[in-house]
Design a protein. Sequence first.
Length: 336
Amino acid sequence: MELFGDPATWLPFAFAALMGAAILTYVILDGFDLGVGLLFPFATPAERDRMVASIGPFWDANETWLVLAIGILLVAFPVAHGVILTALYLPVAVLLVGLIARGVAFEFRVKAPTRHRGAWNRAFYGGSLAASLAQGFMLGLYVTGLQLGWANIAFAALTAVCLTVGFSFIGAVWLIGKTEGDLQLKAIHWARRGIWGMIAGIGAVSAATPLVSGRIWDRWFSFPEVVLLSPLPVISVLLVVLLWRILQRMPFENDRWAWAPFSISTVLFVMAFGGLAYSFYPYVVPEQITIYEAAAAPESLIIILVGALFVLPIIIGYSILAYTVFRGKATELSYY
């Protein structure tokens, strides 16, 4: 336990980093399949089948990262788990109902009789919408310190809408890479319209975060931090401009650059998450509880870490396997 220094210092940091990585991976990976569900009302029945086929091999593995993140929060930071889940009880319940509805609709929509398929399609869309709004609402409340004032609730509602549009955008750019023909052209159109929602969501959260506390403001706008951190917004703006220009010129000949919008969007999400992590560290509950105060005993954490070192490679391995085996364009959906 002393190999890397004081275990009461490096173990909480290691678990916070692991939890953050799991949350970020979930937001990106499950974000695109939630986004595909959000785009259902704008597609034809045949296109919906192709959209489901584009996420079918991946969506179960994507949600594993959410289970991992919540599991780490529970076992490594039990005090914070209680505080966060108490404050976010209602949106968490909505999130779970949405995920359940999506899962059931995903399996039943093709197997059900034709007359019932519309209902399952609506359930898939409704579950995607509920899960996306709930996640955005939780993010907004977290950024504002888990306080339930009217201003904070209004900001959380705005964040919920922006994140939902952001998920629909990343779902659209995923479809650009996974589909072809008329559906790909539709996905390009959806992405061109949705990019502004993603920008608004990232901008709103980024702008609000320094206003949460004087400590966060000083971390961003004191000297020399303001100079050292200036490349982050500059690079973000350049990436947005590049993304916009690529979308305006798509589709390219021979399907070139089909994956560029998704890749750039992923980088933008990573940078936004990195900014949040920098702002709130070392707090796991904003301005209330640090990761060191909330962490379980080092003796418990080292045992959990050993287990995580076995489980994490398995999760990464089967995720890589799924994305490797089912790479390329989505084919016709069939359960037979």
